[in-house]
Design a protein around this ligand. Sequence first.
Ligand SMILES: Cc1cc2nc3c(=O)[nH]c(=O)nc-3n(C[C@H](O)[C@H](O)[C@H](O)COP(=O)(O)O)c2cc1C
Length: 197
Amino acid sequence: MKNISIVDAESILNREINFLEDAVKNSKNSFHLFNLSTINQNVPESRTVVLRGFEKSPFRLQFNTDKRSPKINHLGNNSNCSALFYDKIRKVQLRFSCFATINNNNSKSYEKWVSTRLQSRKCYMGDFDPSYKLESWNPNIPIEYLKINPKKEDSEIGYKNFCLIELDVRKIDILELHHDGHIRFEYKNDKIQFIAP
Ligand SMILES: Cc1cc2nc3c(=O)[nH]c(=O)nc-3n(C[C@H](O)[C@H](O)[C@H](O)COP(=O)(O)O)c2cc1C
């Protein structure tokens, strides 16, 4: 029977940190997208978002969103949330327990906005609040930018809606699937604890 030690778990954790660092810029990395769950009046709500930043000491995840979207309301009322990643090829799941900080119209959101591509900036230029119920279909980006990107100066109108969300990580639950015995452990307060898969 194989024997997995704390040292092995540490090297799994370090390997996953490397994957997360790569995923910020590499859209082919499965961790480029993750599932964010928030609490809306005691009811969980999940959605896909793009990983836009990762820091390892302390652990922090980042994504961008529109100030007008319901998730901002959820996180404003209850900053507790969960971030879930799965790499189908490597059969690795990462589950982060987090609390969120909303950055809008501050130095952190501005720094991220400056590096946001024009194509992405379009998403913050729509007239409707994201998730608003429409009378009829509307892509919610200015019609003139459906097929082309705005000029940089025209895109600046979206900045007021742009939020950088930082997720400070309390705990990571790592699960690696194997035919001869799954490996699962938690990383919390700088300590590794094996847990039952
Ligand atoms: C592949 C993919 C990536 C997405 N990335 C983001 C993102 O980075 N930020 C975001 O706010 N919404 C993103 N969305 C849209 C959200 O999943 C969601 O539909 C939208 O933000 C509204 O969420 P809410 O009503 O829960 O606030 C993405 C959707 C998909 C399918």
